[in-house]
Design a protein around this ligand. Structure first.
Ligand code: NI
Ligand code: MN
Length: 226
């Protein structure tokens, strides 16, 4: 499984010959200025919630790649109104088997209006189970005890958690979240993009190390293989 970071909360996960892009927000992200949207491939686009820093490039990327957009019912409707017909609506608690593996939608504690102010359903996170690795992408969320259910449910090899605070949980709560889901390998997301979510990288990494965990702060454009 290969994971590429495109900045903020946007990742591509390549597994079983398919590319899954999470929360595309590239052209509006000054930190991702070296990433060209037109070079990004996707078979699936997963959208955790409606906010602009998660949906801004979703329609353009779907047009460009013909990827299947997977999100909640309301966001799928919104995407369809913008001319994207390949959508698969889900909701929290549901799972579905795609050709890359099993995708389960899990709870996230956050809001979810669309950039135009329309209703964006409930924010959610995603659990991807494959024949190779299992990944938990929490989306924007507070720390929630519900994360214990995710850890009890499956072995999680790696998780992407927000660490920027202000709009989501911060570093200390992300450490607890990683305990709840029983996963010691964390990729940080949702930090540095805007002034209120700037973090001290060294301090963040040390806090995770002191808790017996590993925090990866990937460079934008960097890939890892697990
Ligand atoms: Ni948000
Ligand atoms: Mn956000």
């Amino acid at each position: 499984m290969k994971i590429t970071y495109y900045g903020h909360a946007c990742f591509a996960v390549e597994v079983n010959g398919k590319t899954i892009v999470f929360d595309p927000f590239i052209t509006g992200n000054p930190l991702a200025k070296d990433i060209q949207l037109k070079n990004i491939k996707a078979d699936y686009i997963l959208i955790s919630h409606g906010h602009e820093d998660h949906t801004a490039d979703a329609v353009a990327l779907a047009h460009q790649t013909n990827a299947l957009v997977v999100s909640n019912f309301e966001i799928c409707n919104w995407v369809q109104e913008k001319g994207i017909n390949r959508v698969h609506a889900m909701n929290i608690g549901g799972h579905y088997f795609f050709d890359f593996g099993k995708l389960k939608c899990v709870n996230a504690i956050h809001s979810s209006s669309m950039p135009d102010g329309s209703y964006g359903g409930s924010a959610m996170g995603f659990l991807i189970e494959t024949s190779h690795r299992n990944v938990y992408y929490s989306g924007d969320t507070a720390l929630t005890y519900d994360m214990k259910l995710i850890g009890d449910y499956k072995r999680i090899d790696i998780c992407m958690l927000p660490i920027g605070s202000n709009f989501t949980m911060g570093i200390d709560n992300a450490i607890i979240a990683s305990e709840f889901v029983n996963c010691d390998k964390v990729i940080g997301m949702h930090y540095d993009t805007f002034p209120p979510i700037k973090i001290d990288h060294q301090e963040a990494k040390e806090k995770f190390t002191n808790a017996g965990k590993e925090l990866l702060l990937m460079n934008i454009g960097e890939s890892i293989t697990i």
